[in-house]
Design a protein around this ligand. Structure first.
Ligand SMILES: C[S@@+](CC[C@H](N)C(=O)[O-])C[C@H]1O[C@@H](n2cnc3c(N)ncnc32)[C@H](O)[C@@H]1O
Length: 276
């Protein structure tokens, strides 16, 4: 493997770019991670040094996007932090389902969905053991938006195909109904895929969505941001929720002091919007 010169100056330049573009904080102790993620891109560009690569990404927006994409951490899993889905199914979904049956609209958002396990999980959890529900929902005004900054990971999310070893966290009865075997693992069944639209979206930039959401899952992305970015994002998530809407955040994440009054804390890292 190539060994490129990678000093504090190159790390600082790349860290600044990741922060400006995506809000991602890369402290000096992440230098090895940055090297590991970007060395193949330096090579693919035919460059001999990180110093040249820094110049390239400062000048070339497409390469900059590739670099930021490579710097994202996409760790996720089906039914990760499963108490969120227990809460959603028991406390939130029955009301939403009633509304759908009465001809109303329901919108859910997985903000920073990574390879899709999170939105597929809450759709599968909502569908539960009723095979016919997917068909019923297809005729209702039910949409799930799933967004991420990384185009690479969104391609995987849209494909909805996973290796067998990640299937074990999906409860067996739901796995039997909402996944299908493939040669090398499994795929999410059409009924659970149909409501979800996967779209690229940088959470730091303007959001094109006009509708407000009944529930937002924004989990394990704010851990990469600084306090000011977290607070700004949380205020925007609050604005984007319908009154009484639910916000689920990652287990090590907290609401910022000036955003917290807009929510009632109703469970571990589960919040209900209380303002209008
Ligand atoms: C660790 S994954 C979390 C996935 C899922 N929400 C979960 O909890 O399992 C973090 C995701 O945030 C995305 N991300 C990082 N910065 C982002 C930004 N500024 N805008 C949108 N997505 C971002 C990454 O691409 C990555 O897929």
């Amino acid at each position: 493997m190539d060994r490129y010169q990678f000093g504090a100056g190159e790390h600082a330049a790349i860290a600044r770019l990741a922060f400006d573009e995506a809000g991602i904080v890369l402290a000096p102790n992440k230098a090895q991670l940055v090297y590991g993620r970007l060395a193949r891109l330096v090579r693919a560009c035919g460059l001999d040094s990180f110093a040249d690569y820094v110049v390239r990404i400062e000048e070339d927006a497409d390469e900059r996007a590739r670099a930021v994409d490579a710097l994202t951490t996409n760790h996720t899993g089906f039914f990760r932090e499963s108490h969120h889905f227990d809460h959603f199914v028991a406390e939130v979904w029955p009301t939403l389902r009633r509304r759908l049956a009465e001809g109303g609209r329901v919108r859910l958002w997985s903000a920073a969905c990574s390879s899709g396990e999170e939105p597929y999980t809450f759709v599968i959890a909502a569908l539960g053991r009723e095979k016919g529900l997917a068909r019923e929902l297809a005729s209702r005004d039910f949409r799930v938006l799933a967004t991420d900054l990384s185009q690479t990971i969104l391609t995987a999310a849209r494909a909805g195909r996973y290796p067998q070893d990640v299937a074990s966290t999906i409860p067996a009865a739901l796995r039997a109904l909402w996944t299908e075997p493939t040669e090398d693992g499994f795929a999410i069944a059409e009924g659970a895929r149909a409501p979800i639209a996967f779209r690229p979206l940088n959470l730091l930039r303007p959001w094109p969505m006009r509708n407000r959401f009944d529930a937002i899952f924004c989990r394990n992305v704010m851990i990469y941001f600084d306090e000011a970015t977290k607070a700004r994002l949380q205020a925007r998530l609050a604005d984007q929720l319908a009154p009484g809407g639910f916000l689920y955040i990652g287990h090590s994440e907290r609401l910022a002091a000036d955003v917290a009054p807009r929510f009632a804390s109703i469970g571990r890292t589960i919040y209900r919007k209380v303002d209008a």
